[in-house]
Design a protein around this ligand. Structure first.
Ligand SMILES: Cc1cc2nc3c(=O)[nH]c(=O)nc-3n(C[C@H](O)[C@H](O)[C@H](O)COP(=O)(O)O)c2cc1C
Length: 389
């Protein structure tokens, strides 16, 4: 265990405890709406059916503005480090970096929350870098920036950074140590000296201090160790579907899974919010949406997104049945899939809310037009159902 030299670690207050923070504004929504930016080639689906979606910054910047104009609460970028070739010919690994991309969006948006995914154990990042960069982004975005702390689950990624994959639960111990030091740096009014198992600091200090206690903290996980980590630190837990991507199958497990995550927070006096990432296949009617899904699947790469090309030790998806049908394989990512016309999509989101979930982070096949259709046809239905203010 880490030996703390001086002084005892302190944590800043969560931005959720400031009524005027951007996070509090988002949390007032009965159901938060996020957009999962396609900063990686192919997004979440390995299909060649023509679409506008690209990983370029210009495309993602336009999407962030479009989402903000529609009143969305969050844009979010994932992080991945894949060897040449990526997953397949469509999802070939080309991707702009999550931290840099989302940081750049801070300057061209005004209201929406901006969440970057960062592998805090790669590099390694130093807590001083992270605290300083985070505080800077907090000021540029006026309290809208946050980080999805991930520890990496693929052996190839760890090896790319020059070490063998760290054991699963040990990763969370290290991330805990890292984040404790970062949070202390955000909170402390004095120099800070610290000796942990992996990081040392002598008379460290950072300014400016974040505007609302600290940046927003998110963690994407499904394991007991990850949930315990999220309970200690996170405002929002980005959850998986333990059982599979098909909507009804996912719904079988989600209420209990969400309850487990929230109970882990409640046990230590913290109110955790949860978000999940549906892939939304939307059209004017249910039949048209089914035909759209068939067309996507008809041109999908057989290897798919999660074909197990790179070994993962993630618990989050250990028991899911994503490969049950060719259709699910063809549609690919998203922790669950929602296929339908506007009513069915609104109904599905209402059911996720009833399962205890506080927000959806949407991805689409053809992002710009599908998001526009969602805004035009589904948003009014969500408002009518009291899911959006
Ligand atoms: C919804 C969700 C989104 C995730 N996004 C990322 C990501 O962008 N990059 C990444 O390397 N890992 C991502 N992960 C993987 C987790 O960070 C974690 O490494 C993995 O789930 C293994 O941890 P666990 O066993 O605690 O679930 C995600 C996990 C979930 C559940």
């Amino acid at each position: 265990m880490s030996e703390i030299i001086a002084p005892p670690l302190i944590s800043p207050a969560s931005p959720a405890s400031f009524a005027d923070s951007p996070l509090s504004a988002a949390l007032r929504q009965p159901m938060m709406l996020g957009l999962f930016l396609p900063i990686q080639a192919g997004g979440w689906t390995a299909s060649t059916l023509p679409r506008t979606t690209t990983w370029t910054f210009d495309y993602n910047a336009a999407l962030a503005r479009q989402a903000e104009a529609l009143g969305f609460d969050i844009v979010f970028g994932l992080a991945q480090w894949l060897p040449k070739g990526g997953y397949n010919e469509v999802q070939d690994g080309q991707a702009i970096d999550s931290f840099m991309t989302v940081a750049a969006l801070a300057a061209i948006t005004t209201r929406i929350l901006l969440i970057s995914t960062v592998h805090v154990l790669y590099g390694p990042w130093h807590p001083l870098h992270f605290a300083k960069f985070g505080a800077t982004l907090d000021h540029i975005s006026r309290g809208r920036w946050g980080v999805n702390v991930v520890t990496g689950h693929r052996a190839v990624e760890h090896e790319m950074f020059g070490f063998s994959r760290i054991e699963h639960d040990r990763r969370y111990e290290l991330a805990d140590e890292f984040l404790a030091a970062v949070q202390h740096l955000w909170a402390a009014d004095e120099n800070f000296t610290y000796e942990g198992t992996a990081w040392r600091i002598k008379d460290g200090y950072i300014t400016p201090k974040p505007l609302f206690g600290r940046p927003i903290l998110v963690n994407a996980t499904g394991s007991d160790a990850g949930i315990a980590f999220a309970a200690r630190h996170s405002d929002i837990v980005f959850i998986s579907s333990p059982t599979g991507t098909e909507f009804e199958t996912a719904m079988e497990a989600l209420p209990a899974h969400v309850a487990k995550v929230k109970a882990a927070g409640a046990q230590i006096g913290r109110a955790l919010k949860t978000i999940i990432n549906p892939l939304v296949i939307i059209a004017q009617t249910d039949d048209e949406a089914e035909a759209y899904a068939d067309a996507i699947v008809g041109q999908s790469e057989p290897t798919g997104f999660y074909a197990g090309k790179y070994h993962s030790d993630a618990h989050a998806w250990a028991n899911r049945k994503i490969y049950d049908t060719a259709r699910q394989r063809g549609l690919g990512g998203g922790n669950l899939q929602i296929i339908g016309g506007p009513e069915k999509i609104a109904e599905s989101i209402a059911r996720l809310k009833a399962a205890g979930i506080d927000g959806v982070q949407l991805s689409f096949y053809d992002f710009a037009p599908d998001l526009a259709l969602f805004g035009e046809r589904v948003l009014p239905l969500l408002k009518a159902r009291g899911l959006r203010l």
